[in-house]
Design a protein around this ligand. Sequence first.
Ligand code: 13P
Length: 247
Amino acid sequence: MRKKIVAGNWKMNMNKAEANALFNDINGFEIPEGINVVVAPPSLYLTQFAVTNSKLKLASQNVSHEMNGAFTGEISAEMLSSIDLTYSIVGHSERRAYNGENDKLISKKIDSLLSYNLTPIYCCGELKSDRESENHENVVETQIKEALFHLSNDQISCIIIAYEPVWAIGTGLTASAKDAQQMHAHIRIVIAKKYGSDIAENISILYGGSCKPENAKELFSQSDIDGGLIGGAALNADSFKEIIYSF
Ligand code: 13P
């Protein structure tokens, strides 16, 4: 069955004291039955948060595509696994834009995560120009194929997808619930064509991009939207909680 997930991507925000305070608030949330909450703080803080809430899990914001060795500044899947992490975000549009990541590289990151039984949260999404030229479905379809289609049936079943239209990230512009639903349904069809509808139906597809308390309910009520990957609104305990309660 598809998981309902609300994940907070803190990006490069929060000093140690702020991070601890926000984490402690979230760890203390009463999380409704059937909802999984994920927090992706800067990696520095991953080992310092003691999760006691059974419905809360931690994620890294990135992982190296290399297994180990002389790669200064990188963190491997093995390291993440050794601290009992559950999830790792890969392919975020900010890493694509500022660190030159492409789907070939991201597919290697996914492989290394899966080899350590970590769950990738794979981000995809089109640029504003792609949507304006009505090429958005093709762009996302290509991303999905390049990053995921080498996986086996069992492996793809472990993936969480986050559709994050780049033009909606941090801009205050949200995809309308209808547009987001349309893309999520398209992603599911693309996966169904390759892996069959049973597998496609069971993959969680999250929406990300200016998701906030004001629009989360409408987005989450769409049949193919299984939750959200939240940036700015995840940096405040009250707004993050409101989003969690939006299902
Ligand atoms: P915002 O919610 O700030 O638009 O960020 C979304 C995002 O990039 C989550 O990964």
